[in-house]
Ligand binder design. Structure first.
Ligand SMILES: NC(=O)c1ccc[n+]([C@@H]2O[C@H](COP(=O)([O-])OP(=O)(O)OC[C@H]3O[C@@H](n4cnc5c(N)ncnc54)[C@H](O)[C@@H]3O)[C@@H](O)[C@H]2O)c1
Ligand SMILES: O=C(O)C(=O)C[C@@H](O)[C@H](O)[C@H](O)COP(=O)(O)O
Ligand SMILES: [Zn+2]
Length: 384
C-alpha cells in the first residue's frame, strides 16, 4: 500500500499501531479513539505498584479523571500531579515539584508515570521518569497534535535553560504512546496549528508524497476531520519511528528532525519562552532553513519554497521570523548568539539541517557570514 494513502475503511473501529523498533526499548504507538483504543492500550500498561498521572492545570480538569478510571484496575494506587501550564514552566523548579510529590508520598521504584498533556508535560514527565530513583517506566498520553505527531515519540526528554531550549535532558524512551484523537477537539486553534508545523516538517525532510497529500487535504485537517487527522498522525509517527529506530541518540540521521529548529529555538528563547509557540517558531524556522538551502546552492527551487510557505499559511502558521532586536543588524547578531548553543553546534561552528532537495534533508556546517547575510535579508524584507 502506498504509505501516503489514508485508511478509509472501518477507520473508526480500527486502531493503528506504529511500532518503534529499539531492541529491548521497543514500544508501540497506538492511534485511535474511544473504548477500542483504551482496551488495546491496557494490554501494554507497564506493571507497577502505583501510577502517577502528571498533567497541568488546563488539561487535568478535562482529561485526568477519565485516565484515572482507566488506570485504577491496573494499579493499587493512582495519583495525579498537576503542574502549572506553559512553556515558561518547563524548568528545574517545576520539574522538582514532581520529585517532591513522589518522595513525599513514598513512590517506589515500581511507580509508573503517565504524561497526560502536550509536549511540555511529555518532555518534563519523561525527564522526571529518567531521573527518579535512576529510572522508572513512563507512558506518553499526548493530548496536543504536536505531541501526538512528534514529542511523545522517540524519547527526547528535557527542560529549558534561560540560555537555551531543551538544554538539560536525557534520551529515555516511554513504554507506550497512546494517541487518543478525541482529545484534539478541545485544543485551541493556535495550538492545533503549532502541531501542523511539525506534521508539515516531515514532507520536506523525508516524504514529498506526504507533502503533496498535506497540500491536498489541508482544508480537512483545518476542520479537524478525523479521517484526515488519523492519516496525518499515523504517517508522521511512521516517519519519526523510522528515523528514531535508525538513530536513537542523534548520532547522525536523527538530526533531520531538527529542520527549522536551529532558527526556531532561537526565536523561542529570544522572544522569551511561551511568547512564540514551539510549532510557530519551527514554521518560521523552516522558511529560513529553506532559504538557507537555496543560498547554499542546494537543489531547492523557488517553486518548492513558495509551496512550503503557502502550506504553512494555509495552516495559519507564521512564515516571517521576528526581528529579536530594534534594528536588523542587531537582530541578526542576536540570532547568531542564540543559535551558538544549539546542540548540533560542533567546535563553535553552526550546523543546520538543510534540504539537499525537497524530501531529503542533510546537516551542513554553515559559516557565520552566510547565516548573517541570510538573516539580514530575511529580517529586512518580510517574506524574503
Ligand atoms: N521531545 C520531543 O521530541 C519534542 C518534539 C517536539 C516538541 N517538543 C517540545 O514540546 C513542547 C511543545 O508542545 P505542545 O505544542 O504540545 O505545547 P504544550 O505542551 O504547551 O501544550 C499546548 C497548550 O495546549 C494545552 N492543551 C494540551 N492538551 C489540550 C487539550 N486536549 N485540550 C485543550 N488544551 C490542551 C496545554 O495545556 C497548553 O496550554 C515544546 O516544549 C517543545 O520543545 C518536544
Ligand atoms: O525528536 C527529535 O529528534 C526532534 O528533533 C524533534 C523536534 O521536533 C523537537 O522539537 C525536539 O525536542 C528538538 O530537540 P533538540 O535536541 O533540538 O532540543
Ligand atoms: Zn519540534
Amino acid at each position: 500500500m502506498n504509505p501516503s494513502t489514508p485508511q478509509t475503511s472501518a477507520a473508526d473501529a480500527a486502531i493503528d499501531l506504529v511500532p518503534i523498533a529499539l531492541g529491548e526499548r521497543s514500544y508501540p504507538i497506538l492511534i485511535g479513539q474511544g473504548q477500542a483504543l483504551w482496551q488495546q492500550a491496557q494490554a501494554h500498561f507497564p506493571a507497577g505498584s502505583s501510577a502517577y498521572i502528571v498533567s497541568n492545570e488546563r488539561v487535568a480538569p478535562l482529561l485526568a479523571q477519565a485516565l484515572r478510571q482507566r488506570l485504577q484496575p491496573h494499579y493499587a494506587k493512582v495519583e495525579t500531579i498537576v503542574l502549572p501550564d506553559g512553556e515558561v514552566h518547563k524548568n528545574w523548579q517545576v520539574l522538582n515539584q514532581i520529585f517532591d510529590v513522589l518522595l513525599a508520598q513514598g513512590a517506589d521504584r515500581k511507580t509508573v508515570l503517565y504524561a497526560l498533556g502536550g509536549g511540555v508535560i511529555g518532555d518534563m514527565t519523561g525527564f522526571a521518569a529518567a531521573c527518579y530513583m535512576r529510572g522508572v517506566p513512563f507512558v506518553q498520553v499526548p493530548t496536543t497534535l504536536l505531541a501526538q505527531v512528534d514529542s511523545s515519540v522517540g524519547g527526547k526528554t528535557a527542560i529549558n535553560h534561560p540560555l537555551g531550549k531543551n538544554m538539560i535532558g536525557a534520551f529515555y524512551q516511554p513504554r507506550l504512546v497512546v494517541c487518543d484523537l478525541d482529545t484534539l477537539q478541545t485544543l485551541p486553534a493556535a495550538e492545533y496549528s503549532a502541531g501542523l508545523a511539525e506534521v508539515i516538517k516531515y514532507g520536506p525532510i523525508y516524504d514529498m508524497a506526504f507533502f503533496d497529500w498535506l497540500q491536498e487535504h489541508m482544508p480537512e485537517l483545518m476542520a479537524r476531520r478525523t479521517d484526515a487527522l488519523r492519516h496525518a498522525i499515523r504517517r508522521s509517527c511512521e516517519i519519526k519511528a523510522a528515523v528514531v529506530s535508525a538513530d536513537e541518540t542523534e548520532a547522525g540521521l536523527r538530526e533531520i528532525l531538527n529542520f527549522g529548529h536551529t532558527f526556531g529555538h532561537a526565536i523561542e528563547a529570544g522572544m522569551g519562552y511561551g511568547q512564540w509557540l514551539h510549532g510557530h517558531a519551527v514554521a518560521a524556522g523552516m522558511v529560513l532553513a529553506t532559504a538557507l538551502s537555496q543560498r547554499l546552492g542546494l537543489a531547492v527551487q523557488e517553486d518548492f519554497a513558495a509551496r512550503l510557505q503557502a502550506l504553512l499559511q494555509q495552516a495559519r502558521l507564521p512564515v516571517q521570523a521576528p526581528p529579536l532586536a530594534a534594528d536588523v543588524a542587531a537582530g541578526a547578531q542576536r540570532y547568531l548568539e542564540l543559535m551558538r548553543v544549539d546542540k548540533k553546534t560542533q567546535a563553535g561552528a553552526l550546523r543546520f539541517v538543510v534540504l539537499q532537495q525537497p524530501g531529503k534533508a542533510i546537516t551542513q556546517k554553515v559559516d557565520d557570514a552566510t547565516v548573517q547575510a541570510l538573516l539580514l535579508q530575511a529580517l529586512a524584507q518580510p517574506g524574503a
